[in-house]
Design a protein around this ligand. Sequence first.
Ligand SMILES: [Zn+2]
Length: 258
Amino acid sequence: MPEGDTVYQSAHRLDAALAGQLVSRTDIRVPAFATVDLSGERVHSVASRGKHLLMRIGDTVLHTHLKMEGEWRVHRPGERWRRPAWQARAIVETPTAVAVGFDLGLVEVFPAAEEADRLAYLGPDLLGADWDALEAVRRIESAPEVPVAVALGDQRNLAGLGNVYVNELCFLRGIRPTTPAGEVEAVPLVDLASRVIRANRDRISRTTTGVDRRGERLWVYSRAGQPCRRCGTRIEHGLLGRNDVELRDSWWCPNCQR
Ligand SMILES: [Zn+2]
């Protein structure tokens, strides 16, 4: 699942390719918005908010979320797309670029005036200019019984962390993912979350270990049964969540995380 840094990078690429240009064609391939036509409108900006991507075009916002397998690609006009056309959910074309959103988990269009209200439920954006660590801490502490890994991944507390960062942050702080949020020091945890995702904001390959070599970039995520990089203990794996719907994979070192 894409994390906030991936979405941030996508937004920057899209902004560089589209901002300021007039749209020559749009094709929104979801039934509710299939008739939307933004051709002739100007692209003002493309920005991320947590894991949400906002394309501001004319008086309208094209709001998308990558969910599991989604991505936005920028092609030159006439260039062969890098994924099959049937996976395309949204296309925004200008004279110099064709932006294609493949396999997007969410596509919706709404008036620009509604943007703030529509996203008001999101917590502070870790990669936003208005990042507010204290507010994120306040939100996490408001539900002390919730497992810390669930609290970190809850976009209403702080926006931008996916399951990779959630698991890695728990390791880096020496905390079991199942520990109730109220038993964890939220301030240093939130501070670390901000520093780690910002350090990766402009990187091609995400790393939490500081090592940029294939297979050595993460401490615990997706490493079940492998030795802990710090102590050699086998990494454990389990499912965690408040209910069946939000179950997420968790990995931890039973020795380093207590
Ligand atoms: Zn360990």
